[in-house]
Design a protein around this ligand. Structure first.
Ligand code: KG4
Ligand code: ZN
Length: 347
């Protein structure tokens, strides 16, 4: 079964062909970072226009590089949410048109669930199905969630950020520190160059139990990053950056706070969740300090950890086609009726 995946939820235009859910035959990603960098973040209007311009050639290349033809494709899978409405619409419209023209099924895929699948895309990687129930941490520029995938394969959010996403926290800090966009790689690079401690700890995003935004989620599995950003701003007002070393130490302390917030909540979830494995995905999962810390957390909990290859950490379409290949997603006539769903959450 060959599935063509299409992804356009944010600032990457991507297409990929995956065989039987696990074998990636091609994965083409056109990133818009250079277009958004001068603005310090993603501009939706610029993003959707670029998707429209690039999507035909990205899809064509994915099919060519897979060594097949459009006639060989058995189904078209596409992200329908969450993400930017005007960006999602481009991929969704392309996929509906293509599936209709080819006379093939359309499969609507949840972007966050697909990030979990990205941890199982390496050629030697085991099958996700063998590690259910599975705990997953998805951390990107738009989302930060701890998810439990049950034995029947259904994902459920058990913890999340109550405000900013982890990637957003990195991006905003980089802006405050004058380190450019995207912030994650810039903060990581600065943190790596720090030669000593800052001597100041940023808050670890703890949530009080009576926070109304929790709904039915556990306070000790949720986190907040908006206070962290504010505390950096306050710190910088009182302690303006003195030199390169000072900036690097601030970056390292800030990164520590994010890593600690995420890792401590995952450790708690693994303690209480009786999971067989731990998967991580999303752009922030590229962060070396986070990867190292999460490996320790998994080891302490006695479960295997599955981390995506760097090329599958950020947004890509291989994860979309792969997840569709495992049987997930909206299918049949319902798929052709799907609308772009910016705030899509698991049912
Ligand atoms: O998954 P992704 O490519 O797009 C979204 O769906 O948001 O994630 C992008 C985010 C950005 O906020 C970027 O700063 C962050 O991932 N990121 C990192 C690193 N590389 C990218 N954050 C921390 N450390 C990194 N090395
Ligand atoms: Zn993403």
């Amino acid at each position: 079964m060959l599935i063509l995946g299409i992804e356009s939820s944010c600032d990457e235009t991507a297409a990929a062909v995956v065989r039987d859910g696990y074998e990636v035959l091609s994965s083409v990603i056109h990133t818009q970072i250079a277009l958004h960098a001068p603005h310090g973040g993603v501009v939706p209007e610029i993003a959707s226009r670029s998707h429209i311009e690039k999507i035909p050639s990205v899809i064509r290349r994915a099919v060519e590089e897979a060594g097949c033809s459009f006639g060989d494709i058995d189904a078209v899978a596409v992200t329908y949410g969450p993400g930017l409405a005007s960006s999602l619409l481009v991929g969704l419209s392309a996929a509906k048109g293509l599936a209709t023209a080819l006379g093939k099924p359309l499969i609507g895929i949840d972007h966050i669930e697909a990030h979990i699948q990205s941890a199982f895309l390496a050629p030697e990687s085991p099958r996700k199905e063998d590690f259910l129930p599975l705990l997953a941490l998805v951390v990107s520029g738009g989302h930060s969630a701890i998810i439990r995938v049950g034995t029947e394969g259904r994902p459920r959010v058990i913890g999340q950020t109550l405000d900013d996403a982890a990637g957003e926290a990195f991006d905003k800090a980089a802006q405050l520190l004058g380190l450019g966009y995207p912030g994650g790689p810039a903060i990581q690079k600065a943190a790596l160059s720090a030669h000593g401690e800052l001597g100041y700890e940023f808050p670890k995003g703890h949530i009080s139990r009576d926070n109304p935004a929790l709904g039915c989620l556990r306070a000790d599995l949720c986190f907040s990053f908006s206070g962290l950003k504010t505390s950096l701003r306050t710190y910088l007002q009182k302690n303006p950056v003195r030199d390169e070393e000072h900036r690097n130490r601030i970056a390292a302390a800030y990164q520590d706070a994010i890593v600690d917030a995420l890792a401590s909540r995952c450790a708690k979830a693994l303690k209480s969740g009786k999971c067989k494995g731990f998967a991580v995905g999303g752009g922030v999962s590229l962060n070396a300090a986070l990867r190292a810390r999460l490996k320790e957390v998994a080891e302490e909990a006695g479960v295997p950890i599955f981390l995506p290859e760097p090329k599958y950490c950020g947004d890509n379409a291989a994860m979309i086609a792969a997840l569709a290949g495992t049987g997930a997603g909206i299918r049949g006539d319902a798929a052709f009726l799907l609308d772009a769903t910016p705030n899509l959450t698991f049912a």
